[in-house]
Write a protein that binds this ligand. Sequence first.
Ligand SMILES: Cc1ncc(COP(=O)(O)O)c(C=O)c1O
Length: 413
Amino acid sequence: MVLNSFIRYTADSLCIDEVSIDAIIRETGTPVYIYSLKRARENYRRLRSAFARLGARVHFSLKSNGSLAILRALEEAGAGFDCVSGGEITLALEAGARGKDIVFAGVGKTRAEINYAVSKGIGWFNAENALELRYINDAAANAGVEAVRVALRLNPQVAAKTHPHMATGHGAAKFGLTADVIRMVLARQAEYPRINFAGIHLHIGSQLGDNAASLSAVDKLLDLIRPWPQIRTINLGGGLPVAYRSDETIPSLDDFVEALAPRLDGYEVLLEPGRAIVADAGVLVAEVLYVKRQAGQIFYIVDASMAEMIRPALYDAHHEIVPLNKTEGDLVNAQVAGPVCESADVLARDRRLPLLRAGDKVALLTAGAYGMAMASNYNARPRPAEVVVSESGDRWRVSRRREAVEDLCRLEL
Ligand SMILES: Cc1ncc(COP(=O)(O)O)c(C=O)c1O
């Protein structure tokens, strides 16, 4: 199996950068998320240079991974941040970002969050509702801020080629504003004297499997803004795909940029990628608790579950699973399932895997995005620890401790 340049077997033992995962889990236990800071930064730089001819500014979408260690590493590399809640804004600021380097998106911003964002001098609001504009305008007036920059989020009514739960730009999705509403808002700009309608925003989904849908959405956006020359900034959102399967090919980034370049000439371009920066920088490591043979199947019951990694249950997502210690024996068809009391708690179905025994360890790959960020305490499971491997590639540290059972009771009154 082809892994990537940072995760590979050295002397039959799985390593992240130069560090043996076995050495890490001997100290941390399992389940544990492990991230390569080097890989996350490499991905950020790769995207920045792929989009360099558009002069695009990259805002890391921190909903995909809110680890402060990762945020700090990306901030130091020059990234801005795409936040979707007051909490995420706080994390971005904590990581060292300045308010002006943050874009604040979200379909249901509260007034408190809007006031907070205005008070922090947020760079852009991606707005999705006419009432929200009123709130932003009032927040700016109350705070004595002359003008807040807003990018209206267009719902282009384009169906993205992706899982239905990750498509956000079709007419039935709750996201964005239709072109008609945007025209109406722009025609009435004078009603929002504290708002500078200088941008337009688009995000038709995640893990986009087709550049054509994105380009068609961009064309609709350009048609829409033509009568308003003061709109000079186009935020293309996130959604850049990653290969979750070892043999998967994804749409070419270079072709995408090539097609965008003539269209976006003269505009300032913003991006909000999440998974393309962190997904393949992270793994989730688990221990096989039991091996069960039942109804002609082999089940590996591991100590990670849908509570730690919900993507397979939520999106039918595929994550490659590999043993920490490479074996040469026969492969068998197996299901990898967690301890949670749900039939959906299956991390991999019908997967070719080596014969494993209780006590063996496995790594779930491409787990750095929407893994820990979506983890829950379901079944009263304390959330796992997070480990980061340093940029030098040869040192590691626990960046977030494993939750303890006491943490589960801490907020009870
Ligand atoms: C508005 C917006 N921007 C950016 C992203 C990041 O998407 P991805 O991680 O697929 O790049 C999302 C994901 O849901 C989003 O909704």
